[in-house]
Structure formats: structure tokens, C-alpha cells
Write a protein that binds this ligand. Sequence first.
Ligand code: ATP
Ligand code: MG
Length: 208
Amino acid sequence: MHRSGANGRLRLGVMGGTFDPIHHGHLVAASEVAAEFDLDEVVFVPTGQPWQKSHKHVSEPEHRYLMTVIATASNPRFTVSRVDVDRPGPTYTIDTLRDLRAQRPDADLFFITGADALAQILSWKDIDELWSLAHFVGVTRPGHVLDGMGRDDVSLLEVPAMAISSTDCRARVAANHPVWYLVPDGVVQYIAKYGLYEAAAEADTPPS
Ligand code: ATP
Ligand code: MG
């Protein structure tokens, strides 16, 4: 396998997200960081189901996982991991990184986050183990200030502004507005095929 790191280790980007649905903001962020940091691969990691019962509805993990596979299939350097989807309970970044580290002991991990997610991570109390598991890369996102709080273990990267959010994509589908060109074509078709995000849709059952 190709190894580009000066130390001979694989350089593996990690893009965690709910991906409900995955959109071009996620894909541009991953692609830009991959180019800038000379990554061999970026693994997209859809989260598990955040809460068993919640007023904030999140689509079934299997739907989010499959949309992520569809969106990344054409890029030879993009892969998708089931570690979070298959782990019961809510997803914590520390578990994601521990599991990937165990699966890929030959890799240096680069955890990619948008400005909003980075600010959340930096506000946690017990973040020290996170820094030992991965280098963090924060990318710009419209509407959010990118701030690494002066930490050496966080790199900041300006990426082309994509004012796209999954929240907006879901609202568009519910309002019968198009999501063409905001998400990959295959994801537009997947959303329509399973009736995801439709205003009255309570019954989005994943394929079995
Ligand atoms: P939601 O609106 O449901 O929160 P989202 O668009 O924020 O969805 P997430 O799955 O929450 O998408 O985000 C996963 C990761 O991708 C986070 O680190 C987030 O900051 C980053 N990200 C999402 N959209 C963009 C974007 N347009 N530009 C840069 N980074 C983004
Ligand atoms: Mg978000």
C-alpha cells in the first residue's frame, strides 16, 4: 500500500459527522484537507443513533451510512467506516478515534472538523487523550469563526465557502425545494427513493 508520510506511516484523514444527509460541504472539506495535508485516504465515519428517543429526529444510521457510501464511491481515496454505526449508544469522538487507531495501527490520524464542531471539541474538559490519538484540522465554514485557541496540535485551513448544511437540505426536501447540486446526484435520488425528510414522513424505514 502507498505510504506517503516521511515516517513511512499511512496518513489517514477522519471525517466524522451525522451526514443526514452528506452534502458537498463535507466532501469539499475532506478533499481540501487531503490535498493540503498529503493524506493517503479519508475515512468518513457516520455517527451512531444519538438518542433512542428524541425530539430531534435523526435518520436511521443505515440510511446515513448508505448515503455516505454513495457520495464517496467515486473517489478512490475516500472510504466509509461503520465503527460508530455499529457501536451501540451515542457516538463520542474519543471512541471513534480509539477504534480506528486499533483497526489501523499503521496510520497517523488527522481528524477533520468544520469550525462549529471544532469549537465544541475545544470546549470539552477531558480532551487531552484526543490529542494523543489524532492531529486535528479545523476548516472554515460560513457563519462560524474558525479558532484553534492557539493550540499547536490543531491546524486551521481555509476551504472554499460552501454555505450548505444538512439542516437546510432536510428543510428544503420537506418544503419541496430542490437539493440538486447541494448533495451528490446519487444522494438526491436516494432521498427520493426512500422518502427521507418529507414533511409527513415518520416511516422512513431503512432497507433490510
Ligand atoms: P446539521 O445541520 O444536521 O448539523 P451539518 O451540515 O452541520 O449537519 P454534520 O454532519 O453535522 O453536517 O457535520 C459533520 C462535519 O462536517 C462537522 O465537522 C461540520 O463542522 C463539518 N461541515 C458540515 N458542513 C460544512 C460546510 N459547509 N463547510 C465546512 N465544514 C462543514
Ligand atoms: Mg452539524
